[in-house]
Each structure stands twice: as C-alpha cells, then as structure tokens.
Design a protein around this ligand. Structure first.
Ligand code: FAD
Ligand code: DHB
Length: 391
C-alpha cells in the first residue's frame, strides 16, 4: 500500500488527524494494533476543553457532543470541611464539556467510515524505516502476514506503549519521567450526581473526585496505592471513603448507586523531546503523559494533531515546510504549561505519605490561594478550560 501520511494508531489522536487531513484533501492510512471494538469501548477520559469542542465542530465531528455533552461551568473544591467552588465560566468566560472519550472515538470512527478511507485494525506495527533519508516504510502484520505501507510522512499516534517513539535514536531524544507514589481507583456507578459540578475532595486521608457521565451515571475516583487490587475495595468501603473525602456539612450528600465498573490507573508525568525526527512526528500519549488531575490527556493529544495537520497542509498545499520544522517547538511550548498545571494540581490535591505537617499546611495554603483569591481562580480557570493552540 502507498499513501501520503501513514498514521500508526487509531486512538483519538490518529483518528482526528486522519479526519482533518481528509478535509484538506490529503490521503492517509491508519494502522491499528487492536480490534475496532476494543478501541471503541476503552473507558478513559471524560472532560473536553472548550477549544477541543470547537475543534470537533470545525472539523465536522461536533454534532453529537453539542446534543448530548454536558456543559460544565464550575468545579467544586472541598477541603477543611468546606466547599470552595471555582465558577470558571464567570472567571474567564470559557467552559468545559463532559463527553467521554469513547464517544469522541465513536464520532471519529463514523467520520472515517463516511470518508471511505482505510483503517487497518488488528494490525500491529513492528518497524518503521526510511525516516531520515528516502521514503518511510511502515511494517505491520495482519493475520500473520507481514505487510508494508509506503508514505511521505509518519504520524506516531500509538500512545505511550506504542513503538513509534522507539524509532527516534536514543541520543536524539531527551526523556522526562516522574512516577507518582499513588494511583486512582476509578469507579462507574448508576448514581445521580449530587450536584451538577465536578467535585474534588482534597482530604487529609487522600484525594477523591465525583465526576459526571450522564444525569444518572457518576464517575468517581479515589486516591489509592499505585498497585492496588480493585477487589480489595468492596462497595461499602468505596462509599464510606467517598463520603468521608467528599461530603461537607450543609450540602447534599453524595448519592450512592450500583457500582458497574472499577479499575486502577497509575499516575505519571512523562515527556519526550523533540516530538519529531526526520519524517516521523509524534502526537498525543506517544510523546507525553500527564497525571489525570486537570483532564488534559485527551485534550493535549487533539491539540497536537491540530498543529500537525496544519503543518502537513502547509507542506502539501504550499510546499512550505516551515511549520513541519517547528512542529515540536510549537507543541512543546504549550505542553510544558500543561505538564506544569497537571503536575501542580496533582501535588496540591493528593496526600504524599510521610509529608511533614509543614508541607501539608503549605498544601492547604495553595488550595486556599487557588480557590479564594482572584489571581488563583483566574490561573486555574484559564488552564482548566484550555490554553490556546497556536495552529
Ligand atoms: P491512545 O488513546 O493510547 O491511542 C493509541 C492507539 O495506538 C491505541 O489504539 C493502540 O492500540 C494503538 N497502538 C499502540 N501500539 C501500536 C502498534 N505497535 N501498532 C499499531 N497501533 C498501535 N485522560 C484524561 O484527560 N482524563 C482521564 O480521566 C483519563 N483517564 C485515563 C485512564 C486510562 C486507563 C488511560 C490509559 C488513560 C487515561 N487518560 C485520561 C488519558 C487519555 O485517555 C489519553 O491521553 C488519550 O487516549 C491519548 O490519545 P492517543 O490517541 O494519543 O493515544
Ligand atoms: C475526569 C474529570 C476531571 O475533572 C479530571 O480532572 C479527570 C477526570 C473525568 O470525568 O473522568
């Protein structure tokens, strides 16, 4: 097979890139290791920045999010037995949307089907050659048969555990990595949200969050050990811990309901720079991971591909390679700010075992500054609703 842009990985980054390129008249082929059903049903992120929703509308995949997405205007931070909401819509005039990642992926898959262009599922990529000279070739396998895709450019959209990044020579890549000493136990429950805002509990026994999936389903998170076995968390223990960390006097108690799913997510900050090498361009989790505080993983992946699609369009339409050359610099400038926000919020809201009382009091002062002082509220609001994308 031959195409203009070979895309490794059909997660949100790969599918969105394919959609924008298609609208610009640029051909691509997506090669995905997993089955279509597996990719469609993976439960992950839930919050979209305003810019992400605007981008989905601009590129023809925004109809359903506008119909069934839940518009969010505030986050309620709870600590010291009190509620401290930040109404980010009134602070910075922007909002976010609750619309789960698997819905974004479904919308993008439907758009790809409409385009009539290929996605090759069940096809792990094992090797990429010709990145720093001739013409790239992507080697993959389908039903045990070795196959190749020739292309002009390769987009490495194959997530943190993908293979694209490994084709950048180690001496050309600088990697930053921090693993946090805790994880999140994520829970899906048939329970009504007690209030309409996502609620963060910053408690001395650990962090908790109540997020929303629909008017009858909540997504809940509890700080836990990074290698925790979810089976050690029977339902009674989960609800007791959630009530302790999230309820405050004078406001409705968290609603309980049937728990339909639970799993543990580890927490990591990771960034590889530069995000390009020769004709290979990394986007999304293939280049960077953030802890989920701030809900930036999916949004950052889509911000990268907006820049990459613009750069490829400039190259194909106007033979202007300047944008491709600057791709990594443009993305990293924004991404370091996103790393700062996600990691800062994680450190501010979670309990680190062994922290001295002084550090814990500083943590409280940080929370008070962010929620009770106008500059703190503004900084949170601008970052949470999404920094601009230069493209
Ligand atoms: P991915 O979604 O990882 O997609 C990469 C694709 O590449 C996958 O489909 C994979 O199968 C494919 N692939 C990998 N290797 C190969 C190969 N060799 N050949 C071919 N294909 C390959 N973010 C948030 O903002 N909020 C959250 O609450 C949140 N929760 C998360 C929970 C979990 C368990 C995980 C893992 C992530 C979570 N994230 C969250 C992060 C968010 O889901 C990611 O940032 C987002 O999926 C990034 O999209 P992507 O397309 O870059 O990568
Ligand atoms: C979710 C919501 C958040 O505000 C966040 O920081 C992380 C995850 C969610 O709805 O899954």
């Amino acid at each position: 097979m031959r195409t203009q842009v070979g895309i490794v990985g059909a997660g949100p980054a790969g599918l969105m890139l394919a959609q924008i390129l298609h609208l610009q008249g640029i051909d691509s082929v997506l090669i995905e290791r997993a089955s279509q059903e597996h990719v469609r049903s993976r439960l992950r992120a839930g919050v979209l920045e305003q810019g992400t929703v605007e981008m989905m509308r601009e590129f023809g995949v925004g109809e359903r999010v506008m119909k069934v997405g839940l518009r969010q205007r505030a986050i309620d931070f709870r600590f010291n037995g009190e509620s401290h909401p930040i109404d980010f819509e009134s602070v910075c005039g922007r909002n976010t949307w609750v619309y789960p990642q698997h819905e974004v992926v479904s919308d993008l898959m439907a758009a790809r089907e409409r385009s009539g262009l290929p996605v090759v599922y069940d096809a792990p990529v094992s090797r990429i050659e010709g990145l720093d000279g001739g013409r790239p070739v992507i080697h993959y396998e389908r039903d045990g048969e070795p196959l190749r895709l020739e292309c002009d450019y390769v987009a490495g959209c194959d997530g943190f555990r993908g293979i694209s990044r490994s084709w950048i020579p180690a001496d050309r890549l600088k990697v930053y990595d921090r693993i946090y000493p805790f994880g999140w136990l994520g829970i899906l429950a048939d329970a009504k949200p007690a209030i309409q805002d996502i609620t963060w509990g910053c408690h001395e026994d650990g962090f908790a969050m109540m997020s929303i999936r629909s008017p009858t389903v909540t997504r809940l998170y509890l700080q836990c050990e990074p290698d925790e076995n979810p089976d050690d968390w029977p339902d009674d223990r989960i609800w007791a811990e959630l009530h302790k960390r999230l309820d405050v006097p004078g406001l409705p108690r968290l609603e309980e309901g049937r728990i339909t799913q639970k799993g543990v997510t580890a927490m990591r900050s990771f960034l590889a720079e530069p995000m390009q090498y020769g004709r290979l361009f990394l986007a999304g989790d293939a280049a960077h991971i953030v802890p989920p505080t701030g809900a930036k993983g999916l949004n950052s992946a889509l911000a990268d591909v907006k820049v990459l699609a613009r750069a490829l369009t400039e190259q194909y339409r106007n033979e202007n390679g300047q944008w491709l050359e600057r791709y990594s610099d443009i993305c990293l400038k924004r991404m370091w700010l996103v790393q700062r926000f996600s990691s800062g919020l994680c450190t501010m809201t979670h309990q680190f075992r062994g922290d001295e009382p002084f550090v814990r009091r500083l943590q409280r002062a940080d929370l008070e500054y962010m929620t009770m002082h106008a500059p703190g509220r503004l900084e949170f609001s601008e970052n949470f609703t999404g920094l601009p994308v230069e493209a």
